[in-house]
Design a protein around this ligand. Structure first.
Ligand code: 5RP
Length: 212
C-alpha cells in the first residue's frame, strides 16, 4: 500500500489569498487544486498562476463539469491543469470527451450514484473517483463514519483510485487507517487554520504515521 497523497483545495473567494496560501504550503503538499469556488471567481487565470508558481507540481482543476467535457478539459489543460473533475451525474460521454483532452478525469461523487454507474466509468477507462462529503451536508450535521468507509473500500475493490474529501481534519484520517486511499483532499483544514504551514505538516505527519 502506498502513502496517500495530500492535496490542498483552494476554495478561496479571491486569487491573491489563494496564491498566498499556495506559496506557503505548495512545497509541503503533493497536489495543488484550484477549487470550484476559486475557479468560479477567477477562472482559468487561477490555474495559470498556480502553474507559473509550480511548473512541476500536479495541478487539479475542480469545475465539477457536467457537460461540454471536451471543451472544458481543453481550456483547463491549456491553462496548465493536469487533471479535472466531472460530477457523477454527468453523462459518460462527457467524461470520455474530457478524458481525451486532459491527463486524468476524476469523478466527484455527490448525492445519488450507483455501483452500476461506477462500473460504467471504469469501463470507459475512468478510474479515479473522489468520495465527497458535501460541506453543506456537514454543516447540516453530517459526519464521517462507517457508511463512508464501506463505500470507499468498495470503490477501491472495484479498481478505483479513490480520493477522500470534505471537511477533513487530521483526526478524521484515522478512520481510513489500513485503507488504500489515493489522496486526501483538504481545503479549510489547511487554508483556514491559524497556521496553514503547521496544518499542512500535521496532515503529512499523520499520513506518515498511519500509512508509513
Ligand atoms: C467543495 C470541494 C472542496 O474543495 C473539498 O471539499 C475540500 O474542501 P474542505 O476541506 O474545505 O471541505 O470540492 O465543493
Amino acid at each position: 500500500m502506498s502513502l496517500p497523497k495530500l492535496q490542498i483545495a483552494c476554495d478561496h473567494n479571491d486569487l491573491p489569498s489563494a496564491l498566498s496560501d499556495i506559496k506557503a504550503v505548495g512545497d509541503i503538499v503533493d497536489i495543488l487544486e484550484v477549487g470550484t469556488v476559486l475557479l468560479l471567481q477567477a477562472g482559468d487565470e487561477a490555474v495559470k498562476c498556480f502553474r507559473a508558481l509550480y511548473p512541476d507540481k500536479e495541478i487539479v482543476a475542480d469545475p465539477k463539469c457536467a457537460d461540454a467535457g471536451g471543451t472544458v478539459a481543453q481550456n483547463l489543460k491549456n491553462a496548465g491543469a493536469d487533471y479535472m473533475t466531472c460530477i457523477c451525474s454527468a453523462a459518460v460521454a462527457t467524461m470520455e470527451a474530457a478524458a481525451k483532452e486532459i491527463d486524468q478525469v476524476q469523478v466527484e461523487l455527490y448525492g445519488d450514484w450507483t455501483y452500476e454507474q461506477a462500473q460504467e466509468w471504469l469501463d470507459a477507462g475512468i478510474d479515479q473517483a473522489i468520495y465527497h462529503q458535501s460541506r453543506d451536508a456537514l454543516l447540516a450535521g453530517g459526519s464521517w463514519g462507517e457508511k463512508d468507509l464501506n463505500k470507499v473500500k468498495k470503490l477501491i475493490e472495484m479498481g478505483f483510485k479513490v480520493s477522500v474529501t470534505g471537511g477533513l481534519d487530521v483526526e478524521t484520517l484515522e478512520l481510513f487507517k489500513g485503507v488504500d486511499v489515493y489522496t486526501f483532499i483538504t481545503g479549510r483544514g489547511i487554508t483556514q487554520a491559524p497556521d496553514p504551514v503547521k496544518a499542512a505538516n500535521d496532515f503529512k505527519n499523520k499520513i506518515e504515521e498511519l500509512w508509513g
